[in-house]
Design a protein around this ligand. Sequence first.
Ligand SMILES: [Zn+2]
Length: 207
Amino acid sequence: MTLRANDSHGPVVEERVLPGTPVENPRGCPACGGELGAYDLVCWTCGTKVRHLPPVENLTPQMRELQGIAAGAIANAMASMLAGRRLGLRLSIPEDLLQAAQRAAIHGNFPVALELASRSGEEAETLSIAFEALQGRLRKARHLIALAREEGADITEAERLLEMASGASEAGDYRGALRYAIKAGQKAEERRGGVTAWKVEIGDWLK
Ligand SMILES: [Zn+2]
């Protein structure tokens, strides 16, 4: 991955709360008051980015910079995950990676935190892309199966593949589900093709 210094995806810089700002729960979200754990850099409740890092004493400038970069990666992973959750995705793999990244950051192991948070964010993005593609493929497969049924083709196998796609999707395996949905559509097409070829053949005899 590339490390960028000063854009919105860059490292999170610790900011002090403005003097006079009422803070009821110093560990809570400044926007909604939702509960925040250490290195929860996006509020799970309202999506606000929280630019506050637990202070660590005696960090070398290099490690301090790495802390900021790791925090940026954690915030990005959390933002991707929040977007996915709002679409109803199950994201257990990126969630586990994020928790491990946060634990590493809490223990001051910023290189490991950066690595794990980056993987978490990538995994959340990949799963979101697969989930979106899956919705389109499921619609297409259902449509093809309906056509095949109307034409009297055997749809047993296509329906079985479609069920496997649904099962994989419910388990959060969107990549696996996508493969099954594509196969279900292909199988329905294949059977329809068989029926069409057979009808053409009959048509030829009747000429
Ligand atoms: Zn909030």
